[in-house]
Design a protein around this ligand. Structure first.
Ligand SMILES: [Zn+2]
Length: 382
């Protein structure tokens, strides 16, 4: 149970930080300690991190998940890095929530993943949470809904969990669904939306789909190795990486879960990519998520698994179980690229990535049949 006094105390802490009042916070932290069941050394270090601008104090706590109290309350404050118009921006951010969903990869997936990955590192864990309050680059329609560990700006963050804002995912799915009906004909949009809008399963399907996507990043040369070698400063590399991770995730799903679940997770991925990501500001010129989603659509079109009919897109398939055909080209190309990565240097990977490019005719099609029908809806969404 969340203590309302704890909530209001954390909210006043957030307000003070936002106003730049970052000294003499001990009294507030002491109160939080009394009201919540947090690891005391975490609160102590968090206080010092804020007052001393020394965020590296948080690395160990983040990895050990000390930011979640014994009764599931979730509190984190640190600078978070986001891409805005081709630039990385750091923004001090805070989140208070309730941790509700923890998905860990099954042993089955790890076995298949091992064949694709070079390292024995632990796979990123995903923690789903319900958001209560937030500020900065996280939370709300203007913030990020899926927080990747390496975007937190302190040492050791890359080994911590990814955080999935279920409150925001839920809100976004409504916008995404509307877009899907604008882009696809009725049969295809119903097929895609039914599993995702399921009031009971919908959110956990999305959380599981993210887990597979993270496994995709982990495969090949390895995400953190690429990240540390500044591979992702190039937004096109970033885009190809997203597209590749999705492709690898389809492979891992196919190998490790049943056909019905597999189809639902693919539906969830397509709704996210074509209902949300592809509409982000910046378009195919600069936004990695827009480019990654357009690459996905390009594979569908080139393999004949997506067609344009009466000004709308459609999948020429009969039922949900055939969705795997729609993403098969992306899956195969991604696996090929991943196997190449395992045996290559970063420079070789760099030139291979530049071969995965978006064609002008795809960009035009995306503009006309995907982005234009949904103009206005995503203006505020990042
Ligand atoms: Zn990703």
């Amino acid at each position: 149970m969340l203590n309302m006094e704890l909530r209001s105390t954390v909210e006043s802490l957030f307000r003070r930080i936002q106003n730049g009042e970052i000294t003499d916070l001990q009294a507030l932290f002491k109160k939080i300690d009394g009201l919540g069941d947090f690891d005391r050394s975490y609160l102590f270090d968090l206080n010092n991190a804020i007052e001393g601008n020394n965020w590296n104090l948080l690395g160990r706590h983040f990895q050990n998940e000390n930011f979640i109290s014994n009764d599931g309350i979730f509190l984190i404050i640190a600078p978070y890095r986001v891409y805005r118009s081709k630039k990385l921006i750091e923004q001090l951010s805070g989140l208070l929530g309730i941790a509700t969903l923890v998905d860990e990869q099954s042993e089955n997936v790890s076995t298949y993943l091992k064949n694709l990955s070079p390292t024995n590192e632990d796979l990123t864990k995903i923690i789903g949470f319900r958001r209560l309050s937030s500020f900065g680059a996280v939370g709300g329609p203007l913030g990020e809904a899926f927080l990747v560990p390496n975007a937190w700006c302190f040492k050791g963050a890359e080994n911590g969990p990814a955080l999935n804002d279920l409150t925001e995912q839920y809100a976004r799915i409504n916008i995404a669904s509307w877009c899907i009906t604008q882009i696809f004909n009725e049969t295809t949009s119903n097929m895609l939306l039914n599993p995702v809008l399921d009031p009971i399963d919908g959110i956990s399907i999305r959380n599981r789909e993210f887990q597979f996507h993270e496994a995709g990043h982990f495969s090949g040369y390895g995400f953190s190795k690429k990240f540390n070698q500044l591979f992702f400063q190039d937004h096109l590399n970033r885009a190809v990486e997203e597209w590749r991770s999705d492709g690898v995730s389809f492979y891992l799903m196919e190998k490790s879960i049943n056909e019905e679940q597999f189809s639902k997770l693919i539906a969830s991925n397509i709704v996210l990519r074509l209902g949300l990501d592809i509409h982000r500001p910046g378009g195919t010129d600069s936004d990695p998520d827009v480019i990654a989603s357009s690459l996905m659509l390009q594979d569908m079109l080139e393999s004949g698994n997506c067609i344009v009919e009466d000004n709308k897109l459609s999948f020429p398939i009969k039922n949900l179980s055939q969705l795997s055909n729609v993403v098969s080209r992306q899956k195969e190309r991604a696996i090929e690229l991943t196997i190449f990565e395992r045996a290559s240097t970063i420079n070789e990977i760099n030139s291979k990535y530049s071969e995965v490019s978006l064609k002008t005719e795809t960009s035009k099609l995306v503009k006309k049949f995907v982005r234009a029908p949904c103009v206005g809806l995503h203006v505020l969404l990042r």
